[in-house]
Ligand binder design. Structure first.
Ligand code: NAP
Length: 263
């Protein structure tokens, strides 16, 4: 299927590895020009090189080594390319812990990264997208929005705030009637550095081997496996495609069947 997005410009946050990189890979394979962001310049440069090698139809790959959760980092993203047709919002998730230990600073950091940063990026781009008649925002959030995980309270809280905001703004006539969609893509367990870090943490806590912890997590997923960044990227690219113009304000779960609810 031709996704119909060749030549468009996309900003992809948190894209030197993991899910963000998977999204950037799927986009460059469709001939989309990408600006990828991450803080670590070396890994970002490697990712940019790999993406340039995979890019189709002469798609450009630009890199901005900066923190997307800061106003200065976002300014750099817009200095690299002023008008985006596609924005994939993504940054690292907040740390796990006990809510008793989180002070105001911990909460502000989580809200800044996982709620206010996507909102700032939406604010900076959607009116231009509407004027040009094409726009796709995909926010990478978490299955924890639908099925909260106790130790991830910072993520549950901050991402739920974003989800509520998106539910309203995506349905505004000015955006929806001008072919601008805003959706959230909710990963369950995907095999990335972040997941591997969580498994190592659980292994240290329980004394089980990392493989034993991973096995027991896989057994709780109906698909009996973790997801991979490529399949996540393919869903993202479809949501960014011309075919997905009638999907907006949705929370799309990719979790191998782990969420046990009907709705
Ligand atoms: P990952 O493998 O750790 O990759 C995170 C990427 O984001 C890296 O490229 C990282 O590079 C970049 N990044 C982190 N903070 C950033 C910042 N402030 N500004 C710019 N770039 C930043 O993580 P992932 O598994 O792909 O997860 C992506 C998102 O999905 C996270 O929010 C995570 O919480 C969420 N999620 C993941 C899973 C899963 O199973 N993997 C499940 C649920 C939710 P630098 O560190 O160099 O900046």
């Amino acid at each position: 299927m031709d996704l119909g997005i060749q030549g468009k410009w996309a900003l992809v946050g948190g894209a030197s590895k993991g899910l963000g990189l998977g999204c950037a890979q799927a986009l460059v394979a469709e001939g989309v020009n990408v600006v990828i962001m991450a803080r670590g310049a070396d890994a970002l440069a490697q990712a940019a090189q790999a993406l340039a090698a995979e890019a189709k139809h002469g798609a450009q790959v630009l890199q901005v080594a900066a923190d997307i959760t800061t106003p200065q980092g976002r300014e750099q993203a817009f200095a690299a390319q002023a008008d985006y047709d596609i924005v994939v919002t993504n940054a690292g998730g907040p740390p796990p812990g006990d809510f008793r230990d989180w002070d105001r600073d911990a909460w502000i950091k989580a809200v800044d990264a996982n709620m206010l940063t996507p909102i700032e990026l939406i604010k900076a781009t959607v009116d231009g997208m509407a004027a040009r008649g094409y726009g796709r925002i995909v926010n990478i959030t978490s299955s924890a929005v639908k099925a909260p995980i106790d130790i991830l309270g910072l993520s549950n809280g901050a991402r739920s705030g974003l989800t509520g905001f998106v539910a309203g703004v995506a349905r505004t006539t000015k955006l929806a009637s001008n072919n601008v969609t805003i959706n959230n893509l909710l990963p369950g367990a995907f095999d990335t550095d972040r997941l591997r870090g969580t498994l190592v943490g659980a292994s240290k806590k329980t004394g089980q081997s990392v493989e034993a912890v991973a096995d027991s997590r896989r057994k709780n997923i109906p698909a009996q496996r973790f997801g991979n960044a490529q399949e996540f990227g393919a869903i993202c690219a479809f949501l960014c495609s011309m075919h997905a113009g009638y999907i907006t304000g949705q929370n799309i779960l990719a979790d191998g069947g782990a969420y046990p609810g009907t709705y």
